[in-house]
Design a protein around this ligand. Structure first.
Ligand SMILES: [Zn+2]
Length: 201
C-alpha cells in the first residue's frame, strides 16, 4: 500500500491526511477501507459530499450552516438571546449539554489581537446588526478562555456598549486556555448555567 502510483488515490490520501487528528498513515488506512468498500462507502460518500457541496453553505450573517436555497433561521426567528461562539464545533458541544436552545452566532474565528483588527471574515459587524435589529435582550459570550477568545469577547463588548443589551459570559471555572470544543459536558453546563454579567472596565 506504500507505493500506489494511481494519481487519484495519492490525491485522496493527501486530502484525507489534512483532516484533524489524521496523518498520512491513518489517511492510507481510510483510503484502503474506502477502496475495499466501493458500494457501501465510496458511492454514498461521493453522493453525500456532492450534495453538501451543492446545497449547504454558511450563512453570511450568523455563520451557521444553512441550505443554499432557503433563508437562514437567523433572518426569520424572533429571539431574545444570542449565544456567541467561535466555531460550529463549539455550538455543537453547547447544544449537546441541552442547557441552551436559543439562537447562535458563529464568529468563524477570533481576532488575533486588539491592535490588528483585520478580522479576516470574523462575523462581528453582522452580530452587532443582529443585536440592534432584533431587539436582543441578552448576548452570551461563549468564546474560549484563550487570549484570542477573550480579546474577541472584549472587542464585542466594546462594540455593544452603546446598546441596551445585557452581556453575559460563561462562569469562571473554565480552565485558562480552555477551548469550548474540548470541555466536558459537565464543566460547560455549569459554566453556562452560572454565567454572569460582563463587567465593563
Ligand atoms: Zn444566519
Amino acid at each position: 500500500m506504500s507505493n500506489n502510483n494511481i494519481k487519484e488515490i495519492e490525491d485522496l490520501i493527501k486530502i484525507i491526511s489534512k483532516f484533524p487528528g489524521l496523518g498520512p498513515k491513518s489517511a492510507k488506512r481510510i483510503v484502503l477501507k474506502l477502496i475495499n468498500n466501493r458500494e457501501e462507502l465510496i458511492k454514498p460518500l461521493a453522493n453525500t459530499l456532492a450534495k453538501i457541496y451543492k446545497n449547504v453553505v454558511r450563512c453570511k450573517i450568523c455563520g451557521n450552516l444553512k441550505l443554499t436555497e432557503s433563508d437562514c433561521a437567523c433572518s426569520k426567528n424572533n429571539y431574545d438571546q444570542i449565544c456567541v461562539v467561535e466555531n460550529i464545533a463549539d455550538m455543537w458541544v453547547i447544544q449537546n449539554t441541552g442547557i441552551y436552545k436559543g439562537n447562535y452566532h458563529i464568529l468563524g474565528g477570533t481576532l488575533p489581537s486588539l491592535e490588528s483588527q483585520k478580522n479576516d471574515g470574523v462575523l462581528i459587524s453582522t452580530l452587532i446588526d443582529r443585536v440592534k435589529k432584533n431587539n436582543v435582550k441578552e448576548v452570551i459570550l461563549a468564546t474560549s478562555a484563550t487570549i484570542e477568545g477573550q480579546t474577541t469577547a472584549h472587542y464585542i463588548q466594546d462594540s455593544l456598549k452603546n446598546t441596551q443589551v445585557k452581556l453575559s459570559k460563561l462562569a469562571q471555572g473554565l480552565p485558562v486556555g480552555g477551548e469550548i470544543e474540548y470541555l466536558d459536558d459537565g464543566t460547560l453546563f455549569s459554566a453556562f448555567k452560572n454565567r454572569g454579567p460582563v463587567v465593563s472596565d
